[in-house]
Write a protein that binds this ligand. Sequence first.
Ligand SMILES: Cc1cc2nc3c(=O)[nH]c(=O)nc-3n(C[C@H](O)[C@H](O)[C@H](O)COP(=O)(O)O)c2cc1C
Length: 92
Amino acid sequence: MKVATKQLIRPIEVETGPVMESIIAEKDVNLFDYPVPQFYPQDGGRYIGTSAYLVTRDPETGWTNLGTYRMQVLDEKSVGMQILKGKHAKCT
Ligand SMILES: Cc1cc2nc3c(=O)[nH]c(=O)nc-3n(C[C@H](O)[C@H](O)[C@H](O)COP(=O)(O)O)c2cc1C
């Protein structure tokens, strides 16, 4: 972790780029349009974010954290995450 974060590269905000080529407006988003797999027979549903990461910031100290948490599709527009006790992103 120390090696990976030794020289941090600041993000540069740009007006456009390849990531902006396909935009779906919020009202048109339907998570069931994507081929989201159920990985294991006993999974409670389909997980769209197994290799995704979540960036959180402590509102009081400003400390920023990055962690991986599985992200389950709940309905057309919602996902749920279970952040286990003891993880930095868990605030209570
Ligand atoms: C593929 C993958 C999925 C993970 N899913 C979860 C999850 O759903 N919930 C969770 O609490 N931790 C999950 N973890 C573990 C956390 O990412 C790991 O403990 C991480 O260190 C948490 O960061 P934090 O303690 O800084 O919050 C997952 C890890 C990997 C590699």
